[in-house]
Design a protein around this ligand. Structure first.
Ligand code: AP5
Length: 219
């Protein structure tokens, strides 16, 4: 099973990925998490990506495509994977298509901008695992502490209001066109493509995603 989760910042891609990877027994490939790990380690990729991520711009396509190409060759990807935050431009989507990797299902999580701002402003993350919490909607058991590891949670640098606005503009300009890209592929029977509302309880969205994946794989 190979899935793409498409949706704006704060749509719930990371939250739903944690559930889907456990439910389906596949790995999550989050380019955002990989880039944040690179920044933390001080690698040359991290140094190049850091400024762009802080301002809400996208990291250049060639760096991302190389990163993903290497990641999908690792042995844990054999049983399937879920892309979270990739592809994000038409060039990335075309590069993925050119690899010949067959994607089973593209799930587009749709959510209004007003909800996004609330969610990102209250988000706290566990950097090592990518687990997300929200200070009001889904707080950790102990304030600012990850439930599973007991490690500290952080607020992401790019979750500040001005940067959130910039990320939303970048999403509209560069990533939203992928919805039509995959709808066209779906019309030709190359992939299943469904829109899921990202508004509502996390569990309800999980159920809708599983129903969409079941319907896609039954075809
Ligand atoms: P990335 O890390 O991918 O960020 P993003 O796409 O902007 O998405 P987010 O992680 O902000 O949101 P999410 O949809 O995962 O929401 P979450 O589940 O956490 O990218 C960061 C940066 O890296 C980019 O700006 C770019 O610079 C670079 N980058 C990454 N990939 C790239 C690529 N392919 N190409 C180029 N550059 C790239 O949920 C948000 C909050 O809402 C949480 O607090 C959560 O608890 C809460 N929440 C979730 N669901 C619900 C719900 N149903 N109800 C209430 N609260 C909810």
């Amino acid at each position: 099973m190979r899935i793409i989760l498409l949706g704006p910042p704060g749509a719930g891609k990371g939250t739903q990925s944690q559930f889907l990877m456990q439910h389906l027994g596949i790995v999550q490939i989050s380019t955002g998490d990989m880039l944040r790990a690179a920044v933390k380690s001080g690698s040359s990729l991290g140094m190049r990506a850091d400024a762009m991520m802080q301002t809400g711009d996208l990291v250049p396509d060639d760096l991302i495509v190389d990163l993903v190409r290497q990641r999908v060759q690792e042995t844990d990807c054999v049983g399937g994977f879920l892309f979270d935050g990739f592809p994000r431009t038409l060039a990335q989507a075309q590069a993925l298509k050119d690899t010949g990797i067959k994607i089973d299902c593209v799930l587009h999580i749709a959510i209004p901008n007003s909800e996004i701002i609330n969610r990102l402003a209250g988000r706290r993350v566990h950097l090592a695992s990518g687990r997300s919490y929200h200070i009001v909607y889904s707080p950790p058991k102990q304030e600012n502490i990850d439930d599973l590891t007991g490690e500290a949670l952080i607020q992401r640098e790019d979750d500040r209001e001005a940067t959130i606005k910039k990320r939303l503009e970048v999403y509209q300009e560069q990533t939203a066109p992928l919805i039509d890209f995959y709808r066209q592929q779906a019309a030709q029977g190359e992939v299943a493509c469904c829109e899921i509302s990202g508004v509502g309880a996390v569990e309800e969205i999980q159920r809708n995603m599983i129903a969409a994946i079941d319907a896609a794989t039954a075809k």
